[in-house]
Design a protein around this ligand. Structure first.
Ligand code: NDP
Ligand code: MG
Length: 413
């Protein structure tokens, strides 16, 4: 296959960052699943990692404990009410409180003492903060895939312009990053993302109508936040990851495949020109990809048990069922169209997942809300998403339209 990699898309994950002995971190989303795992990595490598900035959403109790333990120079929370609770609870002296909302995230991510920003907040509020950090030449460790789905072109262009590395934390992309390390990119023909298949793997579409949020939150192999767990059940998580891989590694949609691998031992694979496939295997523990992003380009000892392949037993692979799980196909459709459609896909998905979690729409309504919102999006002035303001305008339109469509479906489902 020729050409293999797009030359027009910079491969921002191939930039090798350089650091002094101690890496100074800002963690956006420190109270979340990834954020807490990241702090566990800091605990395990306190001689190499220092927390300089922390930001969280609403969980003032946990955040107060983190701020007191890690004593960052700067801290921020999403809302004034959360900040007030933090002040009431009390936190360590000498910590500067930044603003709230996007401003707070920007202040934490672009603090002059920060070397590396881990973006692990949910939603897309951290988009401006990621761009501000890139402009300050800080390395980005990216867990939040929505940022790239929404503004992949803007973020990767900025990273390429400033010579900044975007290191993937998402386990599949982290695996691919490891498989690509030191490899000649002209040898690569295909990226193969693995997916566990979620709790409903093997079910037909007709078997999915009555499933509840509680059923969908029972992920078979990974423990994660609620939104990404629902995305895993619909396979939208893998769809978002296909778009994420496009931007991180500079590959076309037709060079990215998805295979269901229920054991989640093989985290992803890279196919080479001669047909060889290089895979990365590991425990299903996010501390490993987080640590790799923190240690890169080095590799550190991890205080975790080794992967026991004999205990894992079988490694199975199967094709995804795109009829029962249409979200994956919707993501490929958005990536083929590129520009504004991924923004619409992401916004409609967030709306639909929130409504499903609240019990207001059924599981099978999620892809319908997204497809109908995408259908309703007509390329016009809004389709141009070259600036953040344009991205936010499309995002706003798509959220409003998806709310309306979900409201209509709610009456019927
Ligand atoms: P969680 O829901 O567990 O955590 C989300 C974090 O973001 C919390 O700390 C939350 O704060 C914070 N947050 C939410 N809104 C804001 C805001 N406006 N400003 C500042 N902080 C905010 O999610 P996960 O940790 O599971 O996922 C985080 C991101 O990483 C997602 O984009 C997800 O797709 C991605 N990811 C997660 C994986 C995982 O294994 N969990 C794997 C791969 C990717 P609070 O709780 O205080 O309100
Ligand atoms: Mg993943």
């Amino acid at each position: 296959m020729s050409p293999t990699f797009l030359t027009s898309v910079p491969s921002v994950s191939s930039v090798v960052p350089s650091f002094s002995a101690m890496k100074r971190l800002a963690i956006l989303g420190s109270t979340g699943s990834i954020g807490q795992s990241a702090l566990a990595v800091v605990d395990a490598h306190a001689d190499r990692l220092q927390v300089v900035g922390l930001a969280a959403g609403e969980n003032a109790e946990l955040f107060a404990a983190q701020v007191t333990q890690y004593r960052p120079r700067v801290a921020a929370m999403a809302t004034g009410a959360a900040m007030d609770r933090l002040k009431q609870i009390g936190y360590a002296a000498g910590v500067a409180l930044a603003g709230t909302g996007r401003d707070g995230l920007v202040a934490v991510a672009s603090h002059p003492d920060v070397d590396l920003v881990l973006c692990a907040s949910s939603g897309t509020e951290a988009l401006e903060a990621v761009l501000a950090a890139i402009a300050q030449k800080k390395t980005i460790a990216l867990a939040n895939k929505e940022v790239l789905v929404m503004a992949g072109g803007i973020v990767t262009d900025a990273a390429a312009r400033h010579g900044v590395a975007i290191l993937p934390v998402d386990s599949e992309h982290n695996a691919i990053h490891q498989c690509l390390h030191g490899r000649n990119r002209a040898e690569i023909t295909r990226l193969i993302l693995t997916a566990s298949g979620g709790p409903f793997r093997g079910r037909a579409a007709s078997d999915l109508t009555g499933v509840t949020a509680a059923d969908a939150l029972k992920h078979p192999t990974w423990r994660m936040g609620r939104k990404i767990t629902i995305d895993s059940a619909t396979l939208m998580n893998k769809g978002l990851e296909v778009i994420e891989a496009h931007w991180l590694f500079g590959v076309r949609a037709d060079q990215i495949d998805v295979v269901i691998h229920p054991q989640s031992v093989v985290h992803s694979m890279v196919e080479l020109t001669d047909g060889s496939i290089i895979a990365q295997l590991g425990l299903t523990d996010m501390r490993l990809p987080i640590q790799y992003a923190f240690s890169y380009p080095d590799r550190w000892h991890a205080p975790l048990p080794p992967l026991d392949l004999a205990a894992a037993g079988r490694l199975e692979f199967e094709a995804p069922d795109t009829a029962a799980f249409p979200c994956l196909g919707l993501a490929y459709r958005a990536l083929d169209a590129e520009r504004s459609l991924p923004v619409v896909l992401n916004a409609a998905n967030e709306v639909a997942v929130a409504r499903f979690l609240d019990g207001r729409i059924g599981f099978t309504a999620i892809p319908r809300v997204i497809a109908r919102t995408m259908d309703a999006h007509t390329p016009g002035p809004l389709a141009n998403v070259a600036t953040l303001a344009e991205v936010r305008a499309v995002d706003r339109w798509a959220r409003e339209r998806a709310e309306e469509l979900a409201g209509e479906l709610q009456l019927k489902v």
